[in-house]
Design a binder for this molecule. Structure first.
Ligand SMILES: Nc1ncnc2c1ncn2[C@@H]1O[C@H](COP(=O)(O)OP(=O)(O)OP(=O)(O)O)[C@@H](O)[C@H]1O
Ligand SMILES: [Mg+2]
Length: 497
């Protein structure tokens, strides 16, 4: 059986291929462009509508600066999925169709360069990773885009857990591992506990919408002000043309990456025809860059990490290893924060920083992909106990429960359901959900529940006295619970693959 792990990232998309042959032998391969770099998650669309030229991937990244003249550059489409359209001047593009075009390009690339097959008819099995805070809509749109591009989505797995799976051999002596993945769009933190063949997420993974993109934006804003000052211009950043905005963002990202080299103390930022004709150049010192990123690090990154430790009630000494992945984790000031918090001997950097998530996603399928809940999820009863709908250690992705039937208390005019999650020690209680009822004495409320491979619990409730929801969809109440904690069962013999 053949399948792919696909880490669709805000900036980079990595692909890993596994072929499990009939005799048990396993072939695996990193797939990327231009000498095995991950695909750049970028699309360029020609400004000339008639021409409708579409460029995808690394060639857009490599030539983006020059392309800004004739093309609109679309980057970070992932962060728009399930939210809103991407607008450039007078055109508006749907992020799902952009993602579909991007994934189609990847599929074609794989088929042509690796599988030697006609991409037209091929359906490719894939495990996709996503950041845990990906909304239900975003998960759904990603699935839609993937299917539209010719992939069958076997599973979704969260990015940090995938990264752990890919680096398990490095972490074999650690039982409590903090995975920090700081990428282009999000900071994802996962606290993992390994007990034999079981991998637990100790708390529901945490995600913050802050990444390299935000740094680039802040940096570009500041440099814009510097250019305006230096060249006696006066225009707000927001009023600049999309091409100019892209140009300065590209230069700022390059400078940011350059500042991850400890020897870079000062850099030139050069942009041509920015607002007015001619080359413009300014010098930026590391300290100025540091002052831009410091508030982000201190106000948003560090508190998130402390928050995870706090929620889990573990202090830094209780962590055996810290696995750092993601492009933004190379930022010097970020590494310093981590080193101040944790003993330096505990900090591990992956050998495959760009491909870890894709490798882990593909390997997870090799293990058979068993996700089970580590918390009960049920209804909070009046005596404060939980009536379980999904049971920990038994239920998980793919589970379907119900119908459960609940009677109304005598004089109810409405039915309130309070869902709660518990690991036996702590409870997480959700706000009450109101189900429309008639208030009849013999009325029952029927509940059905599923957890699909998007890792979201869907709970549907309807009173048996209400008319069919086919004509009255509001008679039914559907609740989605996204922050589920899973554990994964792996086959340790496969650690070595
Ligand atoms: N050496 C470096 N120093 C600082 N930042 C870097 C460096 N190399 C890459 N980056 C930044 O890392 C980000 C890309 O990281 P990565 O490939 O891990 O993100 P991604 O997986 O696409 O995003 P996400 O996981 O958030 O969806 C970009 O913002 C890029 O500018
Ligand atoms: Mg990533």
């Amino acid at each position: 059986m053949e399948y792919f792990g696909i880490d669709f990232g805000t900036t980079n998309t990595a692909v890993y291929y596994i072929n499990q042959l009939d005799d048990g032998e396993i072939m695996s391969l990193k797939i990327g462009e231009d000498g095995n770099y991950p695909f750049s998650s970028m699309i360029a669309i020609s400004k000339n509508i008639e021409e409708r030229k579409l460029l995808v991937g690394r060639k857009v990244k490599n030539e983006q600066y020059d392309l800004t003249k004739d093309f609109y550059i679309f980057s970070s489409m992932k962060s728009y999925l399930g939210k809103k359209d991407i607008i450039k001047e007078n055109i508006s593009v749907n992020p799902t169709s952009l993602t579909k075009d991007f994934l189609k390009y990847i599929k074609k690339y794989i088929c042509k360069n690796y599988l030697q097959r006609d991409p037209g008819r091929e359906i490719i099995n894939a495990v996709f990773s996503f950041p845990v805070d990906f909304s239900r809509d975003a998960r759904r749109e990603l699935k839609k885009a993937a299917e539209g591009a010719g992939f069958k989505v076997l599973y979704f797995i969260n990015e940090a857990t995938s990264a752990y799976i890919a680096n398990m051999d490095k972490l074999s002596n650690a039982s409590r591992i903090l995975v920090i993945d700081w990428g282009g769009g999000t900071l994802d933190i996962n606290l993992i506990e390994r007990k034999g063949n079981l991998i637990y997420e100790l708390i529901p993974p945490v995600s913050e919408n802050i990444g390299g993109d935000d740094i680039d934006k802040e940096f570009a804003l500041r440099m814009h002000a510097r250019f305006m000052e230096e060249y006696n211009l006066n225009k707000e950043f927001d009023k600049m043309s999309p091409g100019d905005k892209d140009k300065i963002r590209i230069r700022c990202e390059e400078a940011k990456i350059e500042f991850s080299n400890p020897d870079s103390e000062e850099l030139e930022i050069i942009v041509d025809d920015y607002e007015t004709d001619g080359l413009k150049q300014i010098t930026v010192k590391y300290n100025e860059f540091y002052n831009i990123i410091r508030p982000l690090l201190e106000k948003r990154v560090l508190p998130k990490i402390l928050n995870v430790l706090n929620t889990a009630q573990i202090n830094p000494e209780g962590i055996d290893s810290v696995l750092l992945i993601g492009g933004s984790s190379q930022i010097i000031a970020f590494k310093k924060i981590i080193e101040e918090l944790f003993d330096i001997s505990k900090i591990k950097i992956s050998d495959e920083p760009d491909f870890s998530v894709a490798i882990g996603a593909a390997k997870f399928n090799l293990f058979g992909g068993h996700f089970k809940l580590s918390d009960d999820l049920g209804i909070l009863l009046s005596d404060n106990t939980i009536y379980p709908i999904f049971k920990k250690n038994e239920d998980g992705v793919g589970s379907s429960k119900g119908p459960f039937s609940f009677a109304l208390t005598e004089d109810s005019q409405s039915a309130n359901f309070i869902f709660a999650q518990s690991n036996g020690i702590e409870k997480k209680i959700y706000p009450p959900e109101m189900v429309p009822v008639k208030g009849f004495l013999d009325e029952n409320i029927i509940l059905n529940a599923t957890i699909e491979n998007d890792q979201i619990a869907e709970l549907e409730m309807k009173s048996n006295s209400m008319a069919s929801d086919y004509f009255h969809p509001t008679n039914k109440k559907t609740v989605h619970i996204k922050d589920l904690a899973f554990y994964y069962e792996i086959d340790t013999q496969m650690d070595e693959t």
